[in-house]
Ligand binder design. Structure first.
Ligand SMILES: NC(=O)C1=CN([C@@H]2O[C@H](COP(=O)(O)OP(=O)(O)OC[C@H]3O[C@@H](n4cnc5c(N)ncnc54)[C@H](O)[C@@H]3O)[C@@H](O)[C@H]2O)C=CC1
Ligand SMILES: O=C(CO)COP(=O)(O)O
Length: 335
């Protein structure tokens, strides 16, 4: 059935997801805080900065007024960077006139509180919405926007709402699986960006495929350790939102986290890298949150710690890589 859906965040991912929803026959309005970008979407049916060379469907509307955008909405999709989730939620509750299903497709942990995104949304929106559903998996916006085959996960503790989200997004190039392990899906999504920074750095330093396999495999081990300590089902980490997203982010030139890591490995300055990227690199702030959370929960995360030292303590990337290799020997299977 045709749904009225508001998409909050007209960046790469918000625009690609909005395009899928319009192509699936839904009534979609996208909202953001940059009026020029919204005019471009309405008038030229493009969003050049975020999705160059992509023609957007004429049915996709953009509106700078949040109240108009969400009026009558069956579902509201959050795709703003993690750092903006709480402030946008606060604006949203002031203007909502329905009890919608809230969906989010962002990947990170809140600075300071270390909360997962669905926890922030539940905090702010609570019983004014029907449910909060997470949409996550291996999915670069650039490929979804050209209808490349993509498979991702819709997660909610209430399977009915995960199935609702599955039904509005599914088509012949975008396949959605359901999951009820919200913690596992969200932690896999957030933490893989840290490992992608490391994978990029290894490439930038000139190491080969053995090193890439090593960081992905040992990265998955520490993602799972922290995730399980937070309450996740370990099986989720071998699914799309776990190893699936880890592979795509650690190997793709589309990944902003991988590209930032690559430049770090080549000796570039972090502030300049972030400035020039012009899009969000979630792994940088997630590294800090995960590092703090791991020490609170007493979970060993050597790769995250090494990346934290590079990002926040000016550690040389090469030295950080060597230090990990020289840690005391371990058994491979340890929780
Ligand atoms: N780009 C991708 O392929 C994918 C991205 N994601 C996740 O989606 C989230 C968003 O990522 P992208 O769209 O790639 O980021 P982006 O950097 O391409 O775009 C972010 C958008 O959010 C808007 N924005 C930022 N702060 C805002 C605020 N306070 N109020 C309103 N709008 C605001 C910006 O104007 C921009 O339009 C991130 O958490 C990312 O990890 C998830 C899967 C795929
Ligand atoms: O999450 C993503 C792909 O699934 C996008 O990763 P980046 O934010 O590194 O581009």
């Amino acid at each position: 059935m045709r749904q009225k859906i508001a998409v909050l965040g007209p960046g790469s991912w918000g625009t690609a997801l909005a395009k899928v929803l319009v192509e699936n026959g839904h009534d979609v309005t996208i909202w953001g805080h940059n009026p020029e970008q919204l005019v471009e979407i309405n008038d030229s049916h493009t969003n050049h900065h975020y999705l160059p060379d992509i023609a957007l469907p004429e049915g996709l509307k953009a509106n700078a007024d949040l109240k108009t955008c969400v009026s009558g909405a069956d579902a509201i999709l959050f795709v703003v960077p993690t750092k903006a989730i709480r402030s946008v939620s606060k604006q949203l509750v002031e203007v909502m006139d329905t009890k919608p299903v809230i969906i989010h497709a962002s990947k990170g942990l809140e600075q300071g509180t270390h909360l997962r995104i669905s926890e922030i949304l539940k905090d702010e929106i609570g019983d004014k919405c029907k449910d909060v559903v997470v949409l996550s998996g291996p999915s670069h916006a650039e490929e979804v926007a050209v209808k490349d085959i993509t498979t991702i996960t819709a997660a909610s503790e209430d399977l009915n709402y995960a199935e609702y989200v599955q039904s509005i997004f599914m088509n012949d190039y975008f396949r959605i699986y359901t999951n009820t392990d919200v913690i596992g899906v969200e932690t896999g999504a957030a933490l893989k960006n840290i490992i992608a920074l490391g994978s990029g750095a290894i490439h930038g330093l000139g190491f080969g495929d053995n090193a890439k396999a090593a960081i992905m495999t040992r990265g998955l081990a520490e993602i799972s350790r922290l995730g399980v300590a937070m309450g996740a089902d370990p099986l989720t980490f071998i699914g799309l939102s776990g190893v699936g997203d880890l592979i795509v982010t650690c190997t793709s030139i589309h990944s902003r986290n991988w590209r930032a890591g690559d430049l770090l490995g080549k000796g570039h300055n972090l502030d300049e890298i972030l400035e020039n990227m012009g899009m969000i690199v979630e792994g940088v702030s997630t590294t800090k949150a995960a590092y703090e959370l791991a020490s609170e929960l007493n979970v060993e995360m050597p790769i995250t710690t090494a990346i934290y030292d590079v990002l926040y303590n000016n550690q040389d990337v090469n030295v950080a890589a060597k230090n990990i290799m020289l840690r005391d020997g371990r058994s491979e299977v340890e929780f």
